[in-house]
Design a protein around this ligand. Structure first.
Ligand code: PLP
Length: 403
């Protein structure tokens, strides 16, 4: 057999990335894929034997490790074991899946809900199942990658509007033919910037042009609204979103994704969306954990209030130090550093002082807007946040980000 040595575009792509990563490692600037050995309560982590304050977690309400959630997961293992060995449509549906979907529908105030094995897969399968070749999907430019991929996979005409620019959205809606199906889709809270979509105008425009409205609440569930129910509650506009998407992996300390909406839409998705029909059901422990977590949000409303106070403290404190935190109003707080190298170096200095933050650089965010993407949760205490901010500020001064 003759072994053919490949030298093609794939090889070039692989080599280019390996080189970039090796370069970062050589400068001690590689912070990704660090194994965490312990997550103690959500506000601390242990990495390489060092305990640090956790400022990169999406456990917004500090629910990770909650005794009621851990118990629900353990009980589910005792009852059902660890796998489902089937897709939902055939032998994979357990009672706990139906309970979870009922809980989600109640929480989101809809007729029904359907769950999938991740939020990423949920966006892919739901958008591509609902929307077809002749339709239009209209998406905010900063929407999450899973929304973009779902739009592309749908084969629909894929149109983007400038980030949170409702006049541009209206132009886009006007450009679409009046007789085609249209979907307007946006994150409620944007995952890199922490800002909130202009929901009142988004709703108004979607109605005016007869478009379906889908909102991804990955970073707003438990965060926005007096009781953490999300964007409709935040703006006091109940019943305005057609397709309410969310994940079970952020505020909810499990894994999985869902959409909530009308009973008819759920029936349609249960019988047509390929990630439901052709991929195994959520493991029972994860479904039970998620189910319990929604109940705790309702039983322990102090968590939503504490997160609000912590986010305000963190945002205002960093602004007072002189940092640019963009338009954030939520628990995701970008600390703009400028060049990639500056963000890496700030990260190193912060981690040296036991503040676990992580950098986000291009192409995930625009060049020159490399940043620390810091998060706070309800698990942090006021003094912890003060300490973290002082460490970040000291590093910011050393690196010339602050004067
Ligand atoms: C994290 C995230 C997802 C994907 O959710 P997973 O459950 O982690 O796959 C989807 N949309 C947004 C906006 C997210 O931030």
């Amino acid at each position: 057999m003759v072994v053919q040595l490949k030298d093609d575009a794939v090889v070039k792509r692989i080599n280019a990335m390996v080189e970039r990563i090796d370069g970062m490692k050589a400068h001690d600037h590689y912070y990704y894929n660090q194994p965490v050995s312990e997550l103690s309560g959500g506000s601390r982590v242990i990495v390489k034997g060092r305990e640090m304050g956790m400022y990169a977690s999406y456990s917004y309400l500090g629910l990770i490790g909650h005794p009621r959630i851990n118990k629900a997961a353990k009980d589910a293992i005792d009852k059902y074991g660890t796998g489902t060995h089937g897709v939902r449509t055939l032998a994979g549906t357990l009672e706990v899946h139906n309970e979870l979907e009922e809980t989600i529908a109640n929480f989101r105030n809809t007729e029904g809900a359907i769950t999938y094995s991740s939020g990423y897969v949920t966006n892919l399968t739901v958008i591509s199942t609902l929307m077809g070749r002749d339709d239009y999907v209209i998406s905010d430019k900063l929407n999450h990658a899973s929304i973009v991929d779902g739009c592309l996979m749908s084969g629909s005409k894929f149109v983007r509007f400038r980030h949170n620019d409702m006049d541009h959205l209206e132009q886009r809606l006007q450009q679409a033919p009046s007789d085609v199906a249209k979907l307007v889709v946006a994150d409620a809270v944007f995952s890199m910037d922490g800002d909130v979509i202009d929901f009142p105008r988004l709703v108004e425009l979607s109605k005016k042009y007869g478009a379906w409205l889908m909102i991804d609440e990955a970073h707003s569930l438990g965060v926005l609204g007096e009781t953490g129910c999300g964007i409709e509650e935040h703006f006091d506009m109940p019943g305005t979103v057609d397709i309410k998407m969310g994940t079970l992996s952020k505020t909810i300390p499990s894994v999985g994704g869902y959409v909530a909406g009308s009973e008819d839409m759920m029936t349609y998705l249960r019988h047509t969306s390929r990630a439901y029909i052709f991929s195994a059901a959520l493991p029972p422990a994860q479904a039970a954990a998620a189910n319990e977590a929604f109940k705790i949000i309702q039983d322990e409303p102090w968590r939503v209030e504490k997160l609000r106070a912590n986010a305000d403290q963190f945002i205002n404190g960093l602004k007072n130090y002189g940092f640019d935190t963009l338009q954030t109003e939520t628990a995701i707080v970008p600390v703009v550093c400028g060049k990639d190298e500056v963000a890496y170096e700030l990260t190193r200095q912060a981690q040296q002082k036991d503040v676990f933050v992580l950098p986000v650089v291009s192409p995930a965010v625009p060049e020159k807007l490399a940043r620390l993407r810091a998060t706070v949760t309800a698990a942090h205490e006021t003094e912890d946040i003060d300490y973290a901010m002082s460490v970040i500020a000291e590093a910011g001064k050393a690196m010339g980000v602050l004067n």
